[in-house]
Ligand binder design. Structure first.
Ligand SMILES: Nc1ncnc2c1ncn2[C@@H]1O[C@H](COP(=O)(O)OP(=O)(O)O)[C@@H](O)[C@H]1O
Ligand SMILES: [Mg+2]
Length: 266
């Protein structure tokens, strides 16, 4: 069973951190391999997991469109583009990274996007785990470029406003009829217990809070030194919360797929 997890939410709430910690968890607790997709144009997931991207899909598609007229007729366009797309993948130990970048230039991207979709579908089949770090507006999700999602984690700060934004993103996913199996709320950077007014708002928004992640000095320290978050110690508070998140998520997904009965325990 493959598992595709997407992380989304307002800028600065901790999406990249959560995505990197999930990747670290999978690296330490599974055989992998894991495909990390950086779908945020500010592209910093690589840094958070210790991989350095060379180029992005956005840049490659723009170059393809520019050079289209100069391509020798003997090379089929789609083959040329597929070769170029394959060069973007950064291969690490157990974890590979793909950077979406931003859509460069004006005009229609329908044709390259179609090839891109086929390429991503093909690529994702090779990985039991795909983790997507999305931008705030979930542009790639809404253009249906990234594949179907098993679990969408909406990351919020521990405020009423943050939870409202997460609710609005959930509504957007529903409006766009995106293929997302489950949507969960994750509250990041908690310094104390969750305030009752925030809890009330979560209920109002009918969001399912799957996990809270505490404010963790080790994350601040690692980010400051640009050290990979996948190397954080297992006893660091945020890593422990991510471990608990992943246990819950895997059980929930197993129940959703009918692999496990609701009353079974692991
Ligand atoms: N649990 C945490 N404890 C301490 N700092 C955190 C935590 N989560 C995120 N941060 C910090 O918050 C800032 C924003 O996080 P980031 O993951 O880059 O957010 P986003 O990807 O949503 O823009 C970063 O400086 C990051 O190091
Ligand atoms: Mg980010």
């Amino acid at each position: 069973m493959g598992l595709t997890i997407a992380v989304a939410g307002k800028g600065g709430t901790g999406k990249t951190t959560v995505a990197a910690l999930i990747i670290g968890h999978l690296k330490n607790n599974t055989d992998g391999p894991i495909l990390a997709v950086d779908a945020d144009p500010t592209a910093n997931l690589g840094e958070a997991i210790g991989l350095t991207p060379v180029t992005s899909i956005g840049t490659t598609l723009a170059e393809f469109r520019e050079n289209l007229a100069d391509l020798p007729p003997s090379i089929p366009k789609h083959e040329y583009l597929q070769t170029k797309l394959a060069e973007i993948l950064i291969e690490g130990k157990k974890v590979d990274l793909l950077v979406m970048g931003r859509q460069e230039g004006q005009g229609c991207y329908c044709y390259p996007n179609q090839i891109l979709r086929q390429y991503l579908d093909m690529l994702a089949k090779n990985y039991p785990y795909v983790i997507i770090d999305n931008e705030a507006g979930m542009e790639h999700l809404s253009r249906r470029i990234t594949q179907d999602i098993d679990a969408l984690l909406l990351v919020s700060d521990p405020t009423v406003r943050g939870v409202k934004t997460a609710g609005a993103l959930r509504d957007l996913v529903k409006e766009l009829h995106l293929t997302v199996k489950s949507i969960y709320l994750l509250v990041e950077r908690l310094r104390a217990d969750l305030n009752p007014v925030v809890r009330e708002e979560i209920e109002q928004q009918e969001l399912e809070l799957i996990q809270t992640i505490p404010e963790d000095d080790a994350i601040i320290d690692y980010s400051l030194r640009s050290q990979s978050l996948t190397e954080l110690r297992e006893d660091s508070p945020a890593v422990r919360s991510i471990n608990s998140l992943m246990r819950r998520l895997i059980v929930k997904e197993a129940i959703n797929c009918g692999i496990m009965n609701k009353h079974e325990r692991i």
